[in-house]
Design a protein around this ligand. Sequence first.
Ligand SMILES: Nc1ncnc2c1ncn2[C@@H]1O[C@H](COP(=O)(O)OP(=O)(O)OP(=O)(O)O)[C@@H](O)[C@H]1O
Ligand SMILES: [Mg+2]
Length: 388
Amino acid sequence: MSSEQPGALDRTAVSPAGGNAAIDAAADNFVQVVDVVKKFGETVAVKQVNLSVKKGELFALLGSSGCGKSTLLRMLAGLETVTSGKILIDGEDLAQLPPYRRPVNMMFQSYALFPHMTVESNVAFGLKQEGVAKAELKDRVQTALELVQMGRFAKRKPHQLSGGQQQRVALARSLVKRPKLLLLDEPMSALDKQIRQRTQIELVNILDKVGVTCIMVTHDQEEAMTMAGRLAVMSEGEIVQLGTPHEVYEYPNSRFSAEFIGSTNLFEGHTVEDEPDHVFIETPDLTCRLYVSHGITGPLGMPVTISVRPERIALTSKPPEGAFNWGKGVVSNIAYMGGYSLYHVKLDGGKTVIANVTSLALTEIDPPTWGDEVYVRWSASAGVVLTS
Ligand SMILES: Nc1ncnc2c1ncn2[C@@H]1O[C@H](COP(=O)(O)OP(=O)(O)OP(=O)(O)O)[C@@H](O)[C@H]1O
Ligand SMILES: [Mg+2]
């Protein structure tokens, strides 16, 4: 993965030009989750979560299995009551709204299309329930199907469609109801990798066109990074970090975030100098010190972890000149990935460092091979000091 994350569209610019502070504040807090806790008996599935989602934003909840993503989404949909705390959508307390007035629609992982109904009838179903007049219904169904490019499949049954097409019908069925908030629980999980990547971009474009606010759950970090304007990393019922894909990737705030989003090299050590603009760290992993160009707050000598992304690490055959941030080792593995190669370098101290070297960079050097002695090095701005 490159440090420049592809795709993540800037969907955050929703405040009206020259805007008024009250409107901006309302748009920034379109969805508000306030101190929300959910317990199932002894299990605390969601622990005191606070979250604001902006109007028109595509927000992703990301985390490993069982961390509480679906539970949080189900509470936002009003399908599950909160144990304590509250949820506001467009300023209205969800708990006070009867189910039919909740401005939310949730698309489930399995899509749950009615197998005996045509595509058209599936999409029309919710509107019929609402008693929408025939002419309007026809119009809205057609518009929704065209939006997801399924107009020509209107008369088919779900089993006559591919997985990706079924997913789009399910999306049309959610959007046709014009929800203020669209919730997607693992929307791509039934699709294979290739169609999944295409669908991710399609979905972002459709949501952008409609302008609907959307919260999406996924456990696939690449998917969250490609699609979302902002994301929250969850672990054990809590939000560990929240930010744009770029912020979370470049400035992880904990070991959990650093390892969950992308892969990284972690060095354990303790601080030996701590200034506002830099820190020096001693680590048993290297013969030299680590030098990071940002400060931390904490007592000198405190244990810290330094995260250095593989694409920030350069390979050289000659010893680097600087006195910091390098190590000597032997190439122990090379994974050729097409556009880049992952070099595993076993340092003299025993630690293995992974360097992501682009194929272009490899054409510029004499590419090292298995067993070759090499040096790894990185700049002071490449490291992030983690204290938790
Ligand atoms: N109805 C329920 N009764 C009891 N425990 C539940 C219930 N629903 C969820 N849980 C528990 O709450 C925790 C969070 O579950 P949740 O479904 O929110 O996880 P998730 O993050 O969506 O996981 P996955 O990625 O596997 O879908 C889990 O420990 C789960 O077992
Ligand atoms: Mg789930």
